[in-house]
Design a binder for this molecule. Structure first.
Ligand code: PMP
Length: 361
C-alpha cells in the first residue's frame, strides 16, 4: 500500500552525497569547508540564545539581510534568505517556472535542478556542455525559457564570464536567469554586481561552502525587488520561519567576518592548486577548477572502481554514474594534510597491480 500521491510515486528524488556514520573518513565528498565557521559565529551562539529557542525566529530575517546587503553593496530589499540554497532553488522552480516558463540548464550540472522540475511538472531542456565541459553561451541566447546556470558549474568547476552572463540576460529579458553561485568565492567574479542593471537576474548563493556553515543551513539570493518579493511570497506560503534563531545569528556573524572568510578562502584556493598539480603529476586529467573541488579522472581505471578503492582506504570522494562523467571523481578540497593523505593513498594504490590497466568491478 502506498500512501504517497500517485503523481509522486514514480518520481526520482535527489540523492545527496554520503554522510556516513560507520567510521571516520577523510571526507572529500560533499564540498564542505574543512575549516570551522568564524569564531565570531561560534561566539554568537551562546547559552542564552539556546534558551531563547522557545521563541520563534524573526520571519523577516531583517538583521541578517541587512548584513548581507552591506557586504554586497545592495539594499536589504534585494536580499532573500532561506534554509540553504536548495530551499531557494526549490522556491524558484515552484514559483517562477510553469508550462509557459520552462527551464533550461546544462546536461552536466547540479543534479537537483531536474528533480525540482519533475516535482513541479516543469518542462525542461538540458543543453549539452561542450566537449571540454564548458558552457556554450550561444546555446542560451534567446531560448525563451528560464535559464539556470551554476557558476562555477558543479561538478566540473568551470566558469562563464560576466560578459557571457550579460549576453544571456539581455537576450532573455522576459525570462528569469538564475545564476547559482554556491562556489563563486573560490575564484570567480560574482554576478551580484549586475543585479542593479538586470531585473531578470537572480543570484543564489550559500553559507555552506566558503563560510563553513553547511550544517546551519543558510542560503541567500540577491536580485531585483520584484524577484525578491516573489521569493518572499513563496516562503510565506510554505514556511515563514525557514531559518532557525541560531543560524540567523551565526550567519550574521560569519558574513561580517571578512578577514576570517578571506583567510579560509585563500587556503582552499592554494590547496586546490597543490592538489591539481600533484594529481596531474600522477597522470590524472584534472579539469581546471575555480571551485572548492576538482573533477579528475585517470584513464587506467573507471571512476566507480577508484571511488571504491579510496573508500576502502578511508577516503570518501563523490562519483556520479551519469554516462558522460562516469570516469571522473569529484574531490572536495580539504585541509592540506588531508590532500597529502589522498595523494599518498593514490601512490599506495598505484603499487597494486590492479589499479593500472584492469577494471576491478
Ligand atoms: N548549488 C550547488 C551547485 C551545489 O553544489 C549545492 C550543494 N550541494 C547547492 C546549491 C546547495 O547548497 P546548500 O543547500 O547547502 O546551500
Amino acid at each position: 500500500m502506498s500512501f504517497l500521491s500517485k503523481k509522486y510515486s514514480s518520481m526520482e528524488a535527489y540523492t545527496p552525497g554520503e554522510q556516513p556514520r560507520d567510521k571516520k573518513y577523510i571526507k572529500l565528498n560533499t564540498n564542505e569547508s574543512p575549516y570551522p565557521a568564524s569564531p565570531k559565529a561560534l561566539e554568537a551562539i551562546n547559552a542564552n540564545e539556546v534558551k531563547d529557542l522557545r521563541l520563534y525566529p524573526d520571519p523577516t530575517c531583517s538583521e541578517l539581510r541587512e548584513s548581507i546587503a552591506k557586504r554586497y553593496g545592495v539594499e536589504k530589499e534585494n536580499v532573500f534568505v532561506s534554509n540553504g540554497s536548495d530551499d531557494i532553488l526549490n522556491f524558484f522552480f515552484l514559483g517562477f517556472c510553469d508550462e509557459e516558463k520552462t527551464a533550461v540548464f546544462p546536461d552536466i550540472t547540479y543534479g537537483f535542478y531536474p528533480v525540482y522540475c519533475n516535482l513541479y511538472g516543469v518542462k525542461y531542456r538540458e543543453i549539452p556542455l561542450r566537449d571540454d565541459f564548458s558552457v556554450g553561451v550561444e546555446d542560451y541566447l534567446d531560448v525563451k525559457a528560464n535559464v539556470v546556470i551554476a557558476n562555477p558549474n558543479a561538478p566540473t568547476g568551470k566558469t562563464i564570464s560576466l560578459d557571457d552572463i550579460k549576453r544571456i540576460l539581455e537576450s532573455n529579458r522576459d525570462y528569469a536567469c538564475l545564476i547559482d553561485e554556491a562556489y563563486v568565492d573560490f575564484g570567480t567574479e560574482s554576478a551580484t554586481k549586475l543585479v542593479g542593471e538586470y531585473d531578470n537576474l537572480l543570484v543564489v548563493s550559500t553559507f555552506s561552502k566558503s563560510r563553513s556553515l553547511a550544517g546551519g543551513r543558510l542560503g541567500f539570493a540577491i536580485a531585483s525587488r520584484e524577484i525578491i518579493e516573489g521569493l518572499e511570497k513563496i516562503k510565506y506560503s510554505t514556511n515563514p520561519y525557514s531559518i532557525n534563531r541560531l543560524t540567523l545569528l551565526a550567519g550574521k556573524a560569519a558574513i561580517e567576518d571578512e578577514e576570517y572568510f578571506e583567510e579560509c578562502r585563500q587556503k582552499i584556493i592554494e590547496t586546490r592548486e597543490y592538489t591539481t598539480r600533484e594529481l596531474e603529476k600522477r597522470g590524472f586529467k584534472v579539469i581546471p577548477s575555480k571551485a572548492n573541488f576538482v573533477f579528475a579522472k585517470l584513464d587506467s581505471i573507471d571512476g566507480g572502481s577508484l571511488y571504491l578503492k579510496l573508500k576502502e582506504k578511508g577516503i570518501l570522494v563523490r562519483h556520479f554514474k551519469k554516462e558522460r562523467i562516469k570516469d571522473y571523481l569529484r574531490i572536495t578540497i580539504g585541509k592540506r594534510e588531508e590532500m597529502e593523505k589522498l595523494i599518498e593513498t593514490i601512490d599506495i594504490l598505484a603499487q597494486e597491480p590492479m589499479l593500472l590497466g584492469e577494471e576491478t568491478i
